[in-house]
Design a protein around this ligand. Structure first.
Ligand SMILES: *Cc1c(COP(=O)(O)O)cnc(C)c1O
Length: 367
């Protein structure tokens, strides 16, 4: 099936299902929702959302209204929250597709209430800023709302949520402060289910779980606790084909900018992947690919469609062979580390050019 493909992205839906089960188990008795914004972190919202639904996930968070409308078409019965809030579109659009806005400021709270007065009650999520200063009602607006609950009348408060800024930081000072702010805010508002933790927050302890958790990246196998063993199953594999091999025996350089100079004889393989495929240019001279268990380092610059790796230690390598860019010896987190970024950016950068290969989610292989 893959003979004609220059590079293959393998997405293990069975691993996503297993990761959801593990996270849901850890979060119990809180409900495990799923954050699947940005096309399910680049892995494909259709297969990923269907896999999660089959595992019993009913609550989904996306960033934009367009993402939500697409997801509505895939999962007609699900509960969907639009994190970017009511500013993403008219209340009528949220109603038409049965979507919940995360109400991020008092203006949006008032707008939703007005719409509910005119058109009947509809559920919404209240997003409080507990210290991240990104989205959500800032403390002054929370004070106003706490003094006047009538602003929440007439609609169903489906969830009160907030988001942690430093949940993956071993120093938990900031997380504790945010948790306290959030818990204090809840006592000043009408009763409603509450949600604070995303992937990393789930591992901070049971007092962070509240009623619902919203993991995203950990579903897709990225380690929610950097530096500690990853409890989740890897989801992504990435392979690129060797297009050409050359023996270097004279002093010479490789690639744009001639940034790598060979000191002695070497074998060099050129692979069919580059920064246009999300193999980040910052991996120039730093990335590590693998043939079997042998590490083959990236030499010289990553270019748009090509990278060059040192295969001196793999004399049997041939043009047409596939090389692991992400695989059993080198996971998304390891590649992110080399690139000076985080697994989130590696996943959401994965290009459209790969042959995508979805592995079983119970009903066999979906291609
Ligand atoms: C992205 C996001 C999540 C999921 O975060 P992960 O770290 O990927 O688990 C949860 N909640 C909000 C508000 C988000 O923006």
């Amino acid at each position: 099936m893959n003979e004609t493909a220059s590079s293959v992205l393998t997405i293990d839906l069975g691993a996503i299902a297993a990761n959801y089960r593990l996270l849901a188990e850890r979060a119990r008795p809180a409900v495990a929702a799923a954050a699947i914004k940005a096309d399910a972190y680049g892995l494909g919202v259709a297969p990923v959302s269907r896999t999660l639904w089959t595992e019993g996930c009913r609550d989904f968070f996306v960033a934009t209204l367009d993402e939500a409308i697409e997801l509505r078409g895939l999962l007609p019965e699900s509960r969907i929250t639009v994190l970017n809030g009511l500013i993403a579109g008219e209340p009528a659009l949220f109603r038409e597709y049965a979507l919940m806005p995360a109400l991020n400021d008092l203006g949006q709270v008032d707008e939703w209430r007005t719409d509910c007065r005119e058109n009947g009650p509809a559920p919404a999520v209240l997003h409080l800023d507990s210290g991240m200063a990104r989205l959500g009602l800032p403390p002054v607006e929370l004070d106003k709302l706490a003094q006047d609950h009538s602003r929440l009348e007439g609609f169903e408060l489906a969830l009160i949520m907030s988001h942690l800024a430093c949940a993956d930081d071993p120093d938990e000072t900031m997380s504790r402060r945010q948790r306290e702010n959030f818990a204090a805010a809840l006592t000043r508002l009408p009763p409603a289910p509450a949600s604070l933790a995303a992937s990393s927050g789930i591992f901070l302890g049971s007092d962070y779980l509240f009623d619902m958790v919203r993991p995203g990246v950990s579903l897709h196998g990225v380690n929610p606790r950097p530096g500690q063993p990853n409890p989740l199953r890897p989801v992504v594999g990435l392979q690129a084909k060797i297009l050409q091999i050359r023996d270097v025996d004279t002093p010479q350089t490789v690639g744009y900018g001639a940034t790598h100079r060979f000191a002695g004889p070497a074998r060099l393989a050129t692979l069919a992947a580059g920064y246009a495929d999300g193999y980040l240019r910052s991996l120039s001279g730093r990335g590590t690919a693998h043939i079997g268990e042998t590490a083959v380092p990236v030499l010289g610059r990553v270019s748009m469609d090509l990278i060059t790796v040192d295969v001196t230690r793999v004399p049997e390598a041939r043009p047409g062979d596939m090389v692991d860019l992400i695989g059993p010896c080198h996971d998304v987190d390891a590649l992110a580390e080399e690139a000076g970024t985080i697994g989130y950016e590696i996943l959401t950068s994965l290009g459209r050019r790969y042959r995508r290969h979805y592995l079983g989610s119970g009903d066999g292989e979906i291609v």
